[in-house]
Design a protein around this ligand. Sequence first.
Ligand SMILES: Cc1ncc(COP(=O)(O)O)c(C=O)c1O
Length: 375
Amino acid sequence: MVEEFESAFADFCGAKHAVAISSGTDALRFAIMACGVQPGDVVVTVPHTFIATTEAISQAGSVPEFVDIEEDTYNISVEKLQVFLEEQCEWNRSGKLVSRRSGRRVTAVVPVHLYGQMADMDPILELAHRYDLTVIEDACQAHGAEYFSAKLNRWVKAGSMGQAAAFSFYPGKNLGACGEAGAVTTNDLRVAEKIMVLRDHGQTKKYYHDVEGYNGRLDAIQAGLLHTKLAHLEDWNSKRRDRAAVYNRLLAENEALRLPYEPSWSRAVYHLYVIRTSQRDELIVHLKKEAIGTGIHYPVPLHLQKAYASLKYSPRDFPVSALVASEIISLPMFPQLTEDQQVRVSEEIRAFTSKLPTKRAEGEENFFEHAEQTA
Ligand SMILES: Cc1ncc(COP(=O)(O)O)c(C=O)c1O
């Protein structure tokens, strides 16, 4: 059942191989290890992601360093990645790229396809090629998301562009198991083979261990369930896209909100539908009173988490991630969401935002305050 699911999932992603793993976190960890990242190397990623991204980097023996995100897509900023490589790294005497911050070799970048939308992969791969970096996609939220590669002149799916990619099948994901599950996809047979060894205690043959590995196999029962659900994934993703279009229409007029942005090269699968408002916390309280559940993905960027205090980053280091974390709110999103439910959500949001002072009114207030002071 595991092999059948692996083959079907590789086909779905347009990748040559898929290796099923017991979680997305371990899928990413094994992918990093199998792609040749050495202990102590720097792996570049974003602070605006779930901590599993950096846990996998650290647990592979490498060290995360961050690059800020784009303000509209919430994915890694290509421009900032370029600045990081040009200005915060240097080539050492042996011709290896080294981070000025830590003095460590920089060998890989992990773009995260956040909320179900792919990062801008063409220029990322181009930069990686120029700086001799391996690209490993964190596709844990992006099963079926598509990207128009101008280089390949076609739409391609998440999990088919990097040296390897990690997926999570945590129950709440677009393709969710009935428990923990994950997979790595890759077009490189050697990477796939290394991961198969790593996930199964380092053995190539029962009780013959070439290396020390991990207990990272996927249960057959989860593979069977995932294979059955995989047949519905296109349909569920397309329903999520329809639901996102409905929210976009219902919320378009509301000036207090910033809606998700989908560039022309992206077909997102809306694992989450995330909007922004400066009154986020108050809006959550209002919606909760009306029995509408919401989420924050994620409230504290990784560079400001206690777990990473030793990396000594400051809030100003990644201002976009810090700002976005204070304003985002994830609205209800799943394929079976009905238009009536979405109307109710949008009406409650309007009821809340209509009580906020408009920009013009705020300006008027300031004007009067100023006039009073002058008087
Ligand atoms: C961006 C991202 N990376 C990695 C993971 C880790 O996946 P898992 O929970 O299956 O270990 C997740 C899952 O939530 C995720 O959202």
